[in-house]
Ligand binder design. Structure first.
Ligand code: HEM
Length: 494
């Protein structure tokens, strides 16, 4: 068996080289299912443009296609961008599709038994506690307070610092740090202050990112190989263990400190609205619940929330600013909306809107939806069939088949978005009455659909809108006035 795997790994390495020679004048090779090695060469050849490759796959096969890897170790999955299939898998026949044992195994060391990596009872009860917390008005106020503090004391200060100095700053890095600090405060009530003018390295944030990258590596390795590496504590697995140890040490410290404060009743009212505290006090009385949940589960809750909100928001905002830079007319319309909603925009000391106030920014909403349509932060959703099934497209699903729902391709399907599906056009989201058009979640799929729909959708829009407004305000109003830059200031600092 090991010999077979070696042969396939070698074939997988050399075949793409052969393909790159054969198709040297083409943008992408035709999608071919080769004898023995299946479609693996094409997949590896297109690794750097994998989402475009998978987009081509589903388009060329009418929305759903089968991906066959080498005969051994029988890599086979179905990938679909058909919204009827997505609706069937995620909503109508939800109970038949789980994350699957392979997904669970890969992510268990990091996500543990948290919401992303659990099914049935454990998933349901975690989701219930989270939804209850997020519905609470006090949570919304707490979230607004965190955002205001982070915007005023970090983001605006940092951007102004770099503009004053007139030097470039990596906006994506700034946005990642901002989102990380916010989600850390939401998860465990602790501000790691990774966003400051020094932009210095924060070990826990680095460890988190390293762990996520190492987990990606597990997807590319034969299962037995990464398990052997883990057992021997060598290579990427050794680095993963080290990163997870740093993450765990930090989280267990936060949990211990929370427990202590709860036990001594030192917890201020506003400190009770993070996820870990919500799980601690979820059971009847406070005193019984302090010790009610195991530290391990609380650690899993925190890691899952941090994974959910860390890079999703910052990636979406990075695309948003890039799209604005490429489409100045869209940017002008957002600035117009900002002027309309805040007539004293040029005199204001700061721009902050409550959740209610943000509802007036309909065009900004549309631009963010359009960004997420074309660049969903989670581009693919992974499911495994528990029982045989037939998809609405007519594809037969055998038990244990892996089914990937291609969110990236779904955002570019003509059947859903029309002929101009590849164009960046926020106007498609505005109705004749000037409201935001509602698109069902199995079509606008960036936040998933059905019972496992993202619970952070609403707060993500609040955060993205506030960051977008603050950044644009600083650059286009405050600093434009201060240093008299020309109107069409290039986004040279990105
Ligand atoms: C632009 C921002 C975001 C996007 C595009 C997004 C997207 C998604 C998607 C596609 C899923 C389904 C994942 C899966 O089933 O494997 C999901 C689930 C989830 N999201 Fe988000 N998310 C965002 C922000 C957030 C934030 C800020 C939070 C919370 C603080 C959050 C919390 C969750 C949770 C807890 C789940 C699991 C739901 C479940 O399995 O029942 N998300 N999100």
């Amino acid at each position: 068996m090991a010999q077979f795997e070696s042969i396939f790994i070698l074939a997988a390495i050399f075949f793409p080289l052969f393909l790159s020679y054969l198709y040297r004048n083409r943008k992408s090779p035709p999608i071919t299912n080769w004898p023995i090695v299946g479609m693996l060469p094409g997949l590896l050849y297109s690794a750097r443009r994998i989402f475009a490759f998978l987009n081509d796959c589903v388009r060329q096969s009418g929305g759903t296609c089968e991906i066959r890897g080498p005969w051994f170790p029988s890599l086979y999955f179905i990938i679909t961008a058909d919204h009827m299939n997505a609706n069937h898998i995620l909503c109508k026949n939800f109970d038949n599709y789980e994350k699957g044992s392979e997904f669970n195994e890969i992510f268990f060391d990091c996500l543990g038994e948290g919401i992303f990596n659990s099914n049935s009872h454990s998933w349901k009860s975690q989701r219930k506690v989270m939804l209850l917390l997020m519905k609470d008005d006090k949570f919304v106020l707490h979230f607004q307070r965190i955002l205001r503090e982070k915007l005023e004391k970090s983001l605006i200060i940092v951007l102004e610092h770099f503009m004053k100095l007139g030097i470039e700053v990596d906006l994506q890095d700034v946005l990642q740090r901002f989102s990380y600090d916010v989600v850390c405060m939401l998860a465990v009530g602790f501000d790691p202050s990774s966003l400051s003018v020094e932009l210095s390295e924060v070990p826990i944030k680095t460890a988190f990112t390293q762990a996520e990258e190492r987990l990606l590596y597990r997807h590319l390795m034969p299962v037995r190989l990464w398990k052997l590496q883990r057992w021997l504590q060598i290579g990427e697995e050794k680095k993963l263990s080290k990163a997870l140890k740093t993450v765990d040490t930090f989280l267990y410290q936060c949990i211990a400190s929370k427990r202590e404060k709860l036990r001594c009743k030192f917890l201020a009212e506003e400190d009770k609205y993070d996820f870990v505290t919500a799980f601690m006090v979820q059971e009847e009385g406070e005193m019984t619940s302090v010790d009610g949940k195991s530290d391990k589960l609380l650690r899993d809750v925190a890691v899952n929330i941090m994974s959910a909100g860390k890079d999703t928001i910052s990636a979406s905002l990075s695309w948003f600013f890039w799209l604005l830079a490429m489409n100045p007319s869209v940017e002008s319309k957002i600035l117009q909306e900002m002027r309309a909603n805040s007539p004293s925009i040029n005199d204001e000391k700061n721009m902050f809107f409550s959740v209610e106030g943000l509802k007036r920014f309909v065009y900004l909403d549309a631009v963010l939806c359009e960004t997420l349509r074309l660049y969903p932060a989670i581009p693919i959703n992974h499911k495994t069939a528990i029982q045989p099934d037939i998809l609405p497209s007519g594809h037969h699903i055998v038990r244990n088949t892996r089914v990937l729902i291609n969110f990236y391709a779904m955002g570019r399907m003509e059947e859903i978005w029309g002929e101009d599906c590849l164009e960046f056009k926020p106007e498609r989201w505005i109705s004749e009455r000037g409201d935001l058009v509602h698109v069902p979640s199995h079509k606008f799929i960036a936040f998933n659909a059905g019972p496992r729909t993202c619970i952070g959708r609403k707060i993500s829009f609040v955060q993205m809108k506030l960051v977008a407004i603050s950044v644009l305000w600083i650059i286009k109003f405050k600093w434009f006035k201060a240093i008299m830059l020309p109107q069409a200031m290039p986004w040279c600092f990105i």
